[in-house]
Design a protein around this ligand. Structure first.
Ligand SMILES: CC(C)(COP(=O)(O)OP(=O)(O)OC[C@H]1O[C@@H](n2cnc3c(N)ncnc32)[C@H](O)[C@@H]1OP(=O)(O)O)[C@@H](O)C(=O)NCCC(=O)NCCS
Length: 230
């Protein structure tokens, strides 16, 4: 990227970083995006499963990769005062392995962040999904001053449900969602700011390395205007 400092001033989201040990969450530039698109094309889940409401992960490798490109290119513009879709690359030892998203609507009023994520299949089942969720919570609560974080997963997605439970979310009921023309239970989870604060030592143990957020103060000027300390 030729002008990172200039971009950081104009678009503070581009300078956000969350690091912990060998994992990093960061803004998705085009170089990283192409690698993520290629990774997704190699597979995110068993073809018989569908973890997403919109089945973007089904198709040829190039179709799936193209879905990642178009979704991420459109998400880039969705960082405004009031609402944001913050899509962050997950880097393991410097290599892109997946995406951790944080979205919010009516942010100044609700201060509620919803998370969503995926990892390339070859990177799943090694604890990365759990660690990146803890890092996303750290960004939400400590970096952005959220009051609440929510997540959701289809009942037939054991890994995603396991991550939410292990990280300490509280179950928040289930809704029926139309997926591939069938009504499927979608579990909801919630983490309050108070609960997150009470789980600090558990989260430190899950991470196994200190977590650091950079660029949050500047990012908050992008989504809130003048920064209010929380
Ligand atoms: C969901 C996802 C991000 C989790 O990341 P991950 O690195 O695989 O998760 P972790 O290794 O940190 O933890 C996975 C947990 O799921 C459990 N798990 C995985 N597959 C399971 C299965 N088939 N049955 C039961 N538990 C399972 C693991 O045992 C582990 O739980 P534990 O720590 O209590 O033992 C990743 O699997 C993924 O990208 N899946 C496809 C896309 C997706 O589902 N995205 C979320 C949409 S809501």
């Amino acid at each position: 990227m030729p002008h990172p400092e200039l971009l950081a001033r104009l678009w503070p989201a581009s300078a956000l970083r969350v690091t912990s040990g060998d994992l990093e969450l960061r803004w998705i530039d085009d170089e990283i995006l192409v690698e993520l698109a290629e990774l997704a094309g190699r597979g995110i889940h068993d073809p018989a499963d569908m973890p997403f409401e919109h089945p973007w992960s089904r198709g040829t490798a190039d179709e799936v990769g193209r879905s990642v490109l178009t979704y991420q290119w459109s998400a880039r513009t969705q960082v405004t005062r009031d609402r944001f879709a913050l899509e962050l690359a997950v880097l393991h030892d410097g290599r892109p392995v997946g995406i951790q998203g944080l979205t919010a609507r009516d942010w100044p009023v609700l201060r509620s962040v919803q998370t969503g994520s995926w990892l390339g299949r070859e990177h799943q089942g090694r604890g990365i999904g759990t660690r990146m969720r803890v890092m996303a919570l750290h960004l939400a609560f400590d970096g952005l001053g959220a009051d609440e974080a929510t997540s959701g997963a289809f009942a037939d997605n054991p890994a995603s449900n396991a991550v939410s439970r292990r990280v300490g979310y509280q179950p928040d009921g289930a809704v029926r969602v139309a997926r591939d023309g069938v009504a499927v239970a979608h579990n909801r989870y919630v983490m309050s700011r108070e609960r997150w604060a009470s789980l600090r030592s558990e989260h430190a143990a899950l991470l196994g390395a200190p977590v650091a957020v950079t660029g949050a103060r500047s990012f908050r000027t992008q989504i809130e205007g003048a920064t209010t300390e929380r």
